[in-house]
Design a protein around this ligand. Structure first.
Ligand code: INI
Length: 159
């Protein structure tokens, strides 16, 4: 069972469905690229560890987190995928921009989950500062990309 303070990279492979026949889309935001690349690597490592094949994984880039819902929607509409992972990193600045980007991105991704048949996983870090993002993209709290990959496998195998 998931707990609040678990390491984001921790999973018990014996409880995860095999991903060998599953197809994944990964949409990666270019904002805070060092962080989103870390998340992408964490996601890829966990997908492959659980049996996914590289030829069944499509990566698309988008400019920022705000563009993730459109990227995920277009990917679902044009490619045969069983789950999409939307990767982004939003870091608090001096203005309200952070709040608008975070809420629009989360809402846009939730809309897709309700409207389409393909699960879209929310792998967007929303941090107060760069250190918090580093800690969660392969640092001391693990990698949210790995957590998202496991969620994608579970959701693609649901039912
Ligand atoms: N996009 C992010 O993914 N992270 C951020 O921290 C960020 N900040 O700070 O502004 C950000 N802004 C860009 C936004 O996502 C859109 O790309 C832009 O507004 C164009 O639509």
């Amino acid at each position: 069972m998931a707990t609040a303070n678990k390491n984001l990279s921790a999973y018990d492979k014996t409880t995860i469905p095999n991903a060998k026949d599953l197809r994944f889309g990964i949409v990666v935001s270019e904002w805070n690229e060092a962080i989103t690349e870390g998340l992408y690597e964490g996601a890829m490592e966990a997908l492959l560890d659980c049996g996914a094949k590289t030829e069944n994984i499509i990566r698309w880039n988008v400019p920022g987190s705000f563009e993730l819902p459109f990227g995920a929607k277009k990917l679902i509409e044009t490619k045969p995928v069983d789950a999409v992972i939307a990767i982004g990193s939003v870091i608090q600045g001096e203005t309200k921009h952070f709040d608008f980007v975070c809420s629009a991105t989360a809402q846009g991704i939730m809309d897709l989950n309700v409207r389409t048949q393909v699960p879209v996983i929310f792998c967007v870090l929303t941090d107060n500062n760069m250190q918090q993002a580093i800690d969660r993209s392969g640092g001391k709290h693990g990698n949210k990309g790995a957590e998202a990959a496991i969620a994608a496998i579970k959701m693609a195998s649901l039912g």
